[in-house]
Design a protein around this ligand. Structure first.
Ligand SMILES: Nc1ncnc2c1ncn2[C@@H]1O[C@H](COP(=O)(O)OP(=O)(O)OP(=O)(O)O)[C@@H](O)[C@H]1O
Ligand SMILES: [Mg+2]
Length: 256
């Protein structure tokens, strides 16, 4: 049985059909690479799964049971942890506070700063993330360091399903490798991971399955063991590739 399923999910923003009937599923311990061109609907799907957006139509199921997330809190209670493309860090707060954001350890009703810093340091070390001090505000960090903090937070929250929206986009090669090994570690712990990425090599290196979106729909699903980088790129480009190879199919320049 899949850990999580989305069936026939639709989401409109004004006149934009961001999701036009998406079916998606993931098993425990499975890593799915979610790919597709800019504007394909990947982040919108992540936000629906994480409870940030309510779908206009369709059903979400966890362990086969329908679940309607009333908000991010409800999704988190179901074991869904997410790192958004825009990270959602609070600049003026410290590294340690951002790792815990909203779930700070407390002692006698007040935030236990000492424990928070020690645990934050532990999580960062585990992920081999080098930050000079967990006491420094996040505002003083580089883009790549900020991305690592956001990932550390999602990992620390645990969750049975971890959603990573372009986790390696702003990182240098060393940190990219760290994130990829982190994804493999999560898989070993039997967690399911959805990793949104434009990098085919990264997806093929860590994923079991690739789901390609195009224009708000799933345009292809492949097992990594049974596909190639060229095939995946072809699925992402879709009609554009056919157009480039064959030229326009009709007078409007549209491929049928
Ligand atoms: N909050 C919003 N309000 C209006 N339109 C939105 C909103 N969020 C997304 N969209 C639109 O929905 C479509 C899908 O956007 P989405 O962010 O899901 O794409 P994406 O696949 O994540 O792209 P990228 O690779 O650029 O991150 C786009 O046309 C986008 O403009
Ligand atoms: Mg996106």
């Amino acid at each position: 049985m899949p850990l999580f399923e989305a069936v026939g999910v639709r989401k409109r923003f004004g006149g934009v059909d961001a999701l036009r009937g998406v079916d998606f599923s993931i098993e425990p311990g499975e890593v799915v690479g979610l790919m597709g061109d800019n504007g394909a609907g990947k982040s919108t799907l992540m936000k629906v799964i994480a409870g940030a957006y309510r779908p206009d139509e369709g059903e979400l199921r966890m362990d086969g049971e329908p679940c309607a997330f009333t908000g991010p809190r409800a999704a988190a209670d179901h074991g869904i942890a997410v790192v958004y493309q825009d990270l959602g860090l609070v600049d003026e707060r410290t590294v340690a506070a951002n790792v815990f954001l909203g779930q700070e350890p407390r002692r006698f009703g007040v935030v236990d700063g000492r424990r928070m810093r020690a645990e934050a340091r532990q999580v960062l070390d585990q992920l081999r993330i080098r930050i000079p001090s967990v006491r420094m505000p996040v505002a003083g960090l580089s883009g790549g360091q900020r991305q690592c903090i956001a990932i550390a937070r999602a990992v620390h929250r645990g969750g049975r399903l971890v959603l990573l929206d372009e986790p390696t986009a702003a990182l240098g090669p060393q940190q990219q490798d760290n994130v990829l090994s982190l994804i493999k570690d999560l898989k070993k712990q039997d967690k399911a991971v959805v990793v949104v990425s434009h990098n085919v090599d990264h997806v093929l290196a860590v994923a079991d399955r690739v789901v390609v979106m195009r224009g708000g729909m799933v345009s292809g699903v492949r097992r990594v063991a049974e596909t190639t980088a060229a095939e995946v790129v072809g699925l992402i480009l879709g009609d554009t590739a056919a157009f480039a190879l064959d030229g326009p199919q009709d007078s409007q320049g549209e491929t049928p």
